[in-house]
Design a protein around this ligand. Structure first.
Ligand code: TTP
Ligand code: MG
Length: 445
């Protein structure tokens, strides 16, 4: 490296496609799975409603129960007042009644695992936020391209497809929001609950947020909302137009964040839950290109960026890989493994460029560089010392692709299809990878 280039400086960002899924009245929907007669009924899942019990709270209420003013975290005694238990209501009771069920977290976790498996099949990166909520980066699987005379985007079809897969395979309803960033996607999934699908294409984020009340913005609770109202700021649009200095004076650093969110600025990356298994960076070309020099330049910049991120996180890597996306959504990955973990930016660049040679004449839409098989912490520093005495040229570099019988490859293929996960798994290209990539192009109805 020449030492003058800023890592990542040459890596521009395309419009991402972030999908947020939040299951509808999740615990109640799970109860309906095993007790279909509860479908369409006011249903409360919670604790403390049995005779003789006095304390407890509502975990969730079905949308029918919400019409009677019930919601999560209310005292169960309040819920019983508004909506007496059907089993307790005498024949002379002519008001609305509700059905109550206890919380069975183990069962809900099983259902959630089935939902999450579907999500992982449909995205490169999935961030699971809670039992019933996740962010997906689906930039490589679909497109913002408009169809049907500009009325819809291909991404909308992809979102509908995911919802339908969950409904058909698991049997519970989900709401989905799709937007170019995480906070807008989250607001979008909440926008039309239950069974919602709200798509906010790039360029429409500010207009989408503008009329919303400030407390609908991520990170704005009742207290902040009250304080904002005291400043005459009621909507996200008013917050976006407010004086940022005044916001910082009032809320400190958070004020700057609130201002950015209201303007639809949020460049947080969707990172997988837990400690990363790999670090990667990718970048698209404005138009697909076969030009060797352009591709090499991008790979070099991406390699420097990824190596710098690994160093800043004190991570060493044993595997260096590239991702090559060819039009339309065909994902190819190649990786080489070293005999031990290293922290060597030049090696990341060299290996990535070598792996790229195979795609010399290929038209490429997007490129990525990844380091994986990460080792963190002090123990690794000791290992690094050991390596510093080793000549780089002595190190054996094996190409995963030429050794399809390595453990990682067997694991990936044995998974029954999850072989394209760029972030979590070692990936090898296969016919299935190609099919999966292409299947996300079409319309799903
Ligand atoms: P949420 O997604 O907040 O709520 P929900 O799925 O029931 O309803 P919505 O359609 O509005 O998304 O939370 C997911 C589950 O977490 C919920 O079903 C029950 C549980 N939960 C609690 O136990 N206590 C709480 O206070 C909240 C908010 C949720
Ligand atoms: Mg939910």
């Amino acid at each position: 490296m020449d030492g003058t280039r800023l890592p990542g400086a040459a890596v521009e960002r395309e419009d991402r496609i972030i999908l947020h899924v939040d299951m509808d009245c999740f615990y109640a929907s799970c109860e309906r799975l095993r007790e279909p007669a509860l479908e369409g009924e006011p249903l409360v899942v919670g604790m403390g409603y049995e005779a003789g019990q006095t304390h407890g709270a509502v975990a969730t209420a079905s949308y029918e129960a919400r019409e009677h003013g019930l919601k999560s975290a209310q005292a169960i005694s309040y819920a019983l007042e508004r909506l007496p238990r059907a089993v307790d209501a005498g024949d002379d009771h002519d008001g609305p009644v509700g059905y109550y069920r206890p919380v069975d977290l183990d069962f809900y976790k099983q259902v959630a695992a089935e939902v999450k498996a579907i999500l992982h099949e449909h995205a490169e990166v999935v961030r699971e936020v809670s039992i019933d909520e996740a962010y997906l980066d689906v930039t490589d699987r679909t497109s913002w391209k408009a169809i049907d005379g500009g009325e819809r985007t291909i991404a909308e079809g992809y979102g509908r497809h995911i919802k339908q897969q969950i409904a058909r395979q698991v049997g519970v309803p989900a709401s989905v929001g799709i937007a170019p960033n995480m906070s807008a996607a989250k607001i979008a999934s909440d926008f039309d609950k239950p069974d919602g699908l709200t798509v906010v294409p790039p360029g429409e984020v500010t207009a989408f947020l503008e009329p919303l009340a400030v407390d609908e913005l991520h990170g704005v609770g009742p207290v902040t909302a009250r304080e904002l109202r005291a400043m005459d700021i009621e909507t996200a649009g008013e917050l976006a137009a407010a004086d940022p200095t005044a916001l910082v004076t009032r809320f400190g650093q958070r004020g700057r964040e609130l201002y950015a969110r209201a303007r639809g600025d949020d460049d947080r990356e969707v990172t997988p839950t837990g400690r990363p298994k790999s670090l990667s960076r990718e970048s698209a070309f404005t138009e697909a290109t076969a030009e060797t020099e352009a591709k090499q330049k991008k790979i070099t910049a991406l390699a420097a960026d990824v190596a710098a991120r690994a160093r800043s996180r004190e991570a060493m890597y044993r595997t260096i890989g590239i991702k090559v996306v060819t039009p339309p959504f065909d994902i190819n990955t190649r990786a080489s493994s070293l005999s031990g973990p290293v922290d060597e930016p030049e090696l990341v660049e060299r290996v990535a460029l070598e792996l790229l040679e195979e795609f010399d004449d290929t038209r490429v839409r997007k490129l990525g560089v990844r380091v994986s098989n990460l080792v963190f912490g002090e123990q690794d520093q000791a290992r690094l010392d050991g390596f510093e005495t080793t000549d780089l040229s002595d190190r054996s570099v094996t190409n995963d692709q030429q050794e399809p019988s390595t453990d990682t490859n067997i694991k990936s293929l044995g998974h029954g299809g999850r072989i394209t996960d760029w972030t979590d798994d070692e990936s090898v290209e296969s016919a299935e990878t190609r099919r999966r990539g292409q299947s996300s192009l079409g319309e799903f109805d």
